[in-house]
Design a binder for this molecule. Sequence first.
Ligand code: NDP
Length: 240
Amino acid sequence: MKKLVVITGASSGFGKALALEFSKGGYPLLLLARRVELLEELNLANTICEKVDVTNYEAFEKSVRKAEELYGKTDLIINNAGVMFLGNIASQDPQQWQTMLDVNVMGVMNGMKIVMEDMKQRKCGTIVNIASIAGVKPFPLHAAYCATKYGVIGLSETARGELAEHNVRVIRICPGAVNTELLSHTTSDEIKANYKVWIETTGVGSITANDIAKTVKFAYEMPQGVNLREIQIADTRQDA
Ligand code: NDP
């Protein structure tokens, strides 16, 4: 059997597409999200589904160890779980900043910490962190979200350097706008409506979650000695 792949936020969007793509490729999986019933509905072979909030380090680690007992050590973790609340920095509820920082940054760091030591000792392993083009350049009304995604880029590149001598890869994926549930959590109807107008007027819409999943799988399946450090992937018609 192939080696264990752990995917966070696998109940919708990129995570769900990743689960389907890696399962098709014959990998045993650990799928994590809070809506565990959506993970179970996928009904994938050699797959453990766990209800885990990635901000809860103990629960996250317990699930990974449980899957490792069955399938062997984690060879790939995809830290994909994330939330986006768009808003003007001056008026946005700081609780939304905190939630984004907790899930998008601490959740990713938790996932890295849970697998890193073993990977170092085995001199093998891959960590994929889902960042964003909003981690490479700013976008209006994305200040707090950008802060988290710039954070993911900074931590990924620093960890990449620190893990290099151990032959462990850290890869950051920076997608542009893709239609998933992500926008739905923003609380301002006006911001959501304007975002949709931008999508419609630019014609962004060809790219799918499945394109992101295929790209992650391609990067992972390159030889361990080859690291696609950062991949920016967006709809051809995305102008920003
Ligand atoms: P979705 O909203 O469709 O999926 C987000 C996933 O994260 C869900 O499965 C959700 O599961 C999970 N999640 C959220 N909070 C937690 C938590 N506390 N603990 C565990 N899981 C959690 O969005 P996308 O698929 O679009 O987003 C995936 C990643 O891609 C995110 O990091 C996002 O920032 C990033 N991204 C998305 C882009 C886009 O345009 N779609 C562009 C660039 C980056 P549940 O609610 O069941 O817990």
